[in-house]
Design a binder for this molecule. Sequence first.
Ligand code: PAF
Length: 278
Amino acid sequence: MQIHETIGGLRAALKPLRPAARIALVPTMGNLHEGHIALVTQARRHADAVVATIFVNRLQFRPGEDFDKYPRTFAADCEKLAAAGVEHLFAPAESEMYPQPQRYHVEPPAEHADVIEGEFRPGHFRGVATVVMKLFQIAQPDVALFGKKDFQQLMVIRSMAADFDLPIEIVPGETVRAADGLALSSRNGYLTDDQRKEAPRLFRTLTKVVENIRAGNRDFPGLERAAMAEMAAHGWIPDYIAVRNTFDLQLPAAHESRLVVLAAARLGSTRLIDNLEV
Ligand code: PAF
């Protein structure tokens, strides 16, 4: 695996591959787990060469969030990516990505970026869209993969790619879960042993909401309230549990069948997110 720390280095390495090879991009912030590796494996099926990126993007963290303590495990990440057959890793320093404070940003529309997760993390999706647009410009992939665990992020990136006519296929990856249902996430590492035992309740609560909807219950606000109360009764501080349509995450129309239940809740100081499609 070739490791590139500069934009010029990555571009020079990819240039001879084009146009013959199809290039896949798997953007990450590192601290890789099986969910990321599943995206890499999936990427290989879509392309001849896989480019992974590791960059903890300050722009998508709000002051007081976990940017500083976000786990940085570069050596272990490199081993995992090389073992998964990644040809190129782009791992720039902040000074390479943002040699000066970023002046131009990608501003997703409020109905995509200021709701659900965006209501609790104002500016987050602007930061995500901006860095992903930069990574797209830098690597110019044919296809890019994003996990469904960050369902709203996937929707924002898909919409951005469509609105800007980017010639990049956006491919979703299924959420990878531990045996007890907890969605794999770099942030699971913040949990204490006791919190780790409690953490699968998020998945179980989402499962219950999904089962209720499948059984014909369309009282979405009632289901959301009951699920939030269930989490709170077990010591969680839920930010939201929300039933939305899958395509633009707006409130579902009366007979909408393409539904997703999204959740974010705090367990101690760790904020976990998850979602389940109905
Ligand atoms: O999902 C992530 O890890 C990040 O939001 C991404 C897409 C790499 C952008 O920083």
